[in-house]
Write a new protein. Structure first.
Length: 299
């Protein structure tokens, strides 16, 4: 795949590689590790090949190779040494770096090749917990620091969601639910469209043999009353990232619209609810600090 032209600042390299900008400058000046371009105002910029090289150099350095030795190698020799070391090194770190490169280059083929390699020795659940979750944490930081654009994040998240949909469908096809099994209804409130966390909760519930109804993004609470006519007393789950603006108003609306006959459970996840005091919520509302806290109880 042809590289998409893109320039990076030295701060971008720091965020992507984990190596301090000051150290990168020393490596560059002393060992000619990188070959930056210069703007009209003499500011360093780095292309995708420099990014790939600093990731490879960092990988080798973390595995005991001195910079002075690495600097004497050609780009091809560095790449070959990375492949050799990687055969016995942490596959998690290699995969995360590979997914980063795929994201930066919008390279779906590299993403799928990396994913297929992981599937040889891991279940999808292991891949998500051990690779995708740490990767998404890093991507969030890269977005916050303006190292990547929203389009990069959307590209990567879209590919991960494809894998989630496929694995959820497979679990649903193989499911053997009990008649008295509790039903979980997964939804996002109005104006909330970030559904990756909710999708993974749907996967975890199906993985543990629970019945689910997935309603997805931007679901008005009042419209879910019709669901209660067919499925009384389900457990509702929502994952809040940017919405609603008023959390207590959202909880009050849930109580008013859906809990008139009996108290229906509402389980809340996501960054938006981390400031809520669990002790001040109705008894039927549970606040979870993480997905793992919830899934541990499913086993």
């Amino acid at each position: 795949m042809e590289h998409i032209k893109q320039n990076f600042s030295i701060k971008d390299l720091e965020h992507l590689s984990g190596i301090k900008a000051h150290t990168i400058r020393i490596w560059e000046k002393r060992y000619n590790i990188l070959t930056p371009d210069r703007t009209d105002t003499n500011i360093r910029t780095y292309d995708i090949r420099n990014l790939q090289k600093i990731l490879n150099v960092t990988f080798l350095n973390e595995h005991g190779y001195k910079i002075s030795r690495i600097a004497k190698l050609s780009d091809e020799e560095i790449t070959n040494m990375v492949k050799s070391v990687a055969a016995t090194a942490s596959r998690e770190n290699r995969a995360i770096n590979s997914f980063k490169i795929a994201m930066i280059n919008f390279d779906q083929q590299l993403f799928n090749k990396t994913y297929s390699g992981l599937k040889d020795s891991r279940s999808f659940r292991q891949i998500f917990h051990e690779i995708f979750l740490p990767l998404l944490d890093e991507i969030g930081l890269l977005w916050q620091t303006d190292t990547i654009n929203p389009v990069h994040e959307h590209f990567l998240v879209g590919l991960i969601k494809q894998k989630l949909y496929l694995n959820i469908a497979q679990l649903e096809d193989e499911a053997n639910y009990k008649e008295d099994e509790a039903l979980y209804v997964l939804f996002l409130p109005e104006n909330e469209i970030h559904d990756l966390g909710l999708l993974f909760l749907n996967y975890e519930l199906n993985y543990s043999g629970r019945k689910t109804i997935y309603l997805g993004p931007s679901m008005p609470i009042k419209d879910m009353k019709y669901l209660l006519e067919i499925h009384p007393n389900p457990k509702f789950i929502s994952y809040l990232t940017i919405a609603p603006k008023d959390l207590q108003e959202f909880i009050t609306e849930f109580e008013t619209e859906l809990c008139q006959k009996e108290k229906i459970e509402l389980k809340l996840f996501g960054a938006r609810i981390q400031t809520l005091d669990p002790m001040k919520q109705p008894q039927n509302v549970t606040i979870y600090k993480s997905i793992t806290e919830f899934t541990t109880g499913l086993e």
